[in-house]
Design a protein around this ligand. Structure first.
Ligand SMILES: NC(=O)c1ccc[n+]([C@@H]2O[C@H](COP(=O)([O-])OP(=O)(O)OC[C@H]3O[C@@H](n4cnc5c(N)ncnc54)[C@H](OP(=O)(O)O)[C@@H]3O)[C@@H](O)[C@H]2O)c1
Length: 322
């Protein structure tokens, strides 16, 4: 990950593994979870996806463990795919509040634990999951370089960081950050609002850090979009898109899907791919049908007109652009 990919079918898509391993319950990893992981990986490969996104915390480590079992049961698969994991979030445990931790010790320990669960000697990319106010950039750099020199991590990236935070971290790093993973979708469109509402009163309502997309584009830092399917809100997830702008956008997604002969997921993802920042959607579905349908997104993006792209955005935002 982090650039240089051939743009072929699902190659721009990343499979997000948060849904593997049986979810966030505290029960053990079961054979059924491993079977479901095999099926999801099969569907992802069939859709042309070669990149898999993990985090130490997903399903309390069981997502990585399930994926590790898939790798162990399929010799040769590891060499055909790229792995990314994240660390830096400490979930709450009895007697300890949840916190962020980008200390050298925590990064080193968590990276080792992820490699162990995945049953691999290295991951292509390690992301710092969220900003830690107590972090020092030199410590993060030191931990990364130690892992890199040991052949355990290829590149370092971040998640949920602004351009300013990336510049701060970059100041201690000898190489360019590989990627920034942010929530970006037709629903969470602050990344667009922040760029078009410059000098506008409504800009005050936007949570997305202004200039982050542009900074990544200028520096050649890959933008990865988590929540890219908007949790199915425009593609038939039960209980969603029943009224207002959600319903209007879902209806437009459905009409375009029919027109282009694809699934609604491909429209929602194609809309992200149509943006020139070469955004890479991270799919969170573990449903094989939805994964395969997502593989059509590139074709959809290529045929999506400027009018269609803006119509989707305006429908989802629920009001005309200023
Ligand atoms: N960096 C970060 O802070 C961060 C945060 C969150 C996630 N992530 C990464 O990004 C990935 C994607 O994030 P996400 O899971 O929030 O986003 P998502 O892909 O937008 O949403 C996936 C969820 O929506 C459901 N869904 C999608 N379409 C549906 C439909 N038509 N009907 C019913 N349910 C539907 C999926 O269920 P099914 O599985 O049943 O389809 C799944 O639970 C994660 O796997 C993870 O790798 C990163």
């Amino acid at each position: 990950m982090g650039g240089g990919l051939v743009d072929d079918g699902g190659a721009r898509l990343i499979f997000g593994c948060m849904g593997l391993g049986g979810g966030w319950g505290t029960g053990p990893l079961e054979a059924a979870h491993v079977k479901a992981a095999h099926e999801a990986v099969d569907a992802a490969l069939e859709a042309g996806i070669r990149d898999f996104d993990h985090a130490d915390i997903y399903a309390h480590g069981k997502a990585e463990a399930a994926f590790g079992r898939v790798l162990a049961e399929r010799p040769g698969l590891r060499d055909r795919i790229r792995l990314q994991t994240k660390c830096g979030i400490r979930l709450p445990v009895p007697d300890k509040v949840g916190q962020y931790d980008s200390s050298r010790e925590w990064i080193l320990a968590q990276a080792e634990a992820s490699l162990d669960r995945l049953g691999t000697e290295h991951v292509e990319t390690l992301l710092i999951h969220r900003p830690d106010p107590l972090a020092r950039p030199e410590e993060i750099a030191e931990a990364f370089l130690q892992l890199k020199e040991a052949g355990k991590v290829g590149r370092l990236g971040v998640s949920n960081m602004s351009a300013q935070q990336m510049r701060w971290l970059q100041s201690a790093l000898p190489e360019t950050l590989a990627a920034n993973q942010l929530e970006m979708s037709l629903h969470r469109s602050g990344w667009l609002e922040s760029s078009v509402l410059v000098n506008h009163d409504d800009a005050a309502e936007i949570g997305f850090p202004h200039g982050t997309v542009e900074y990544c584009q200028a520096e050649g830092i890959e933008l990865q979009a988590w929540g890219a399917l908007a949790q199915g809100r425009y593609s038939g997830a039960p209980g969603t898109a029943e009224t207002g702008s959600d319903a209007a956008a879902a209806a437009l997604v459905a009409a375009l899907a029919e027109d282009k002969g694809c699934a609604p997921e491909a429209i929602v993802l194609g809309w992200l791919l149509r943006h020139p920042a070469r955004i890479r959607p991270v799919l969170g579905t573990s449903n094989p049908g939805r994964i395969k349908a997502s593989g059509e997104a590139k074709r959809v993006a290529e045929s999506m007109s400027r009018h269609e792209w803006y119509s989707l955005w305006v429908a989802a935002r629920g009001r005309a652009l200023p």
